[in-house]
Write a protein that binds this ligand. Structure first.
Ligand code: NAD
Length: 248
């Protein structure tokens, strides 16, 4: 199937998890895709898996010089962009009592500032009719434990989906948010939890979920691609892909 054969896309945080799932769907559909990430090894592994229509750019979304360099490379490699997935993010647990200023600043620098300036720097390359999709989280409408900083950052991103929609609508560009519930991406391994605590965390999330399971990156990818390419009369929304957790 070549549903995306004439499309160029950029995915920040595309070297693993949800971003890699989106990259796989689009490359399989014939798109040329730039992915970004911080780990060269992870970027190389993604390129190995997905082939020459996947272009990798290493960089930190919290660094404006890195974002400028990324935008230059995207311009050289793709010229124009039909879909931008603003997906890079970290999700450390931040217990309210022990969260430090450093943890707070890092989370907002990557998840919020990084997203804002990614859109600002790449907006000039977006073509008429392009779609931008911001990865938020169900955490932004739920009072989950130990996620206050992450949740506030994702709520900021959800707000930006509306504001960016207003900014970019005169150019025919739509901006929406995709809000994943718990997705099996190995992100638990990055939370610095003990094996036992990680297992407990996962079991709790499954027990709380109406579908009693984690979602997959492929399920998020299909919904994100729908918003980017097919939802041509939709802008400013947040689409929950969460097994019903924010509704039931
Ligand atoms: P992941 O750790 O597999 O992927 C995160 C990606 O972001 C990686 O490619 C990583 O290199 C990149 N990244 C992190 N910090 C970066 C930085 N400073 N600069 C550039 N790239 C950076 O995690 P994931 O689960 O696939 O998460 C992807 C997005 O989905 C995140 O925004 C996350 O908050 C969100 N999300 C995930 C879940 C879930 O359950 N997995 C749920 C809701 C929302």
């Amino acid at each position: 199937m070549n549903a995306y054969s004439d499309k160029n896309a950029v995915i920040t945080g595309g070297s693993s998890g949800i971003g890699l799932g989106i990259a796989r769907l689009l490359v399989d559909g014939g798109a040329r895709v730039v992915i970004t990430g911080r780990s060269q090894a992870a970027l190389d592994a993604a390129r190995e898996q997905l082939g020459e229509n996947l272009i990798t750019v290493r960089g930190d979304v919290a660094s404006l010089p890195d974002l400028d360099a990324m935008a230059d490379q995207v311009k050289t490699e793709l010229g124009t962009v039909e879909a931008l997935f603003v997906n890079a993010g970290i999700s450390p647990l931040t217990p309210f009592e022990s969260t430090t200023e450093e943890m707070y600043d890092e989370l907002f620098a990557i998840n919020v500032k990084g997203a804002f300036f990614t859109v600002q720097k790449l907006a000039p390359l977006l073509s008429t009719g392009a779609g931008v999709v911001l990865t938020t989280s169900v955490a932004n409408v739920m009072g989950l434990r130990e996620t206050s900083v992450y949740a506030a950052g994702k709520a900021a991103l959800r707000s930006m989906a509306r504001s960016f929609s207003g900014e970019l609508i005169p150019r025919g560009i739509r901006v929406n948010a995709i809000s994943p519930g718990p997705i099996d991406t190995g992100v638990l391994d990055k939370m610095n939890l003990t094996e036992e605590a990680a297992a407990q965390f996962k079991a709790e999330r499954i027990a709380q979920n109406p579908m009693r399971r984690y979602g997959t990156p492929a399920e998020i990818a299909r919904a994100a691609a729908f918003l980017a390419f097919d939802a041509t009369y939709t802008t400013g929304i947040e689409l929950a892909v969460d097994g019903g957790t924010t509704q039931l």
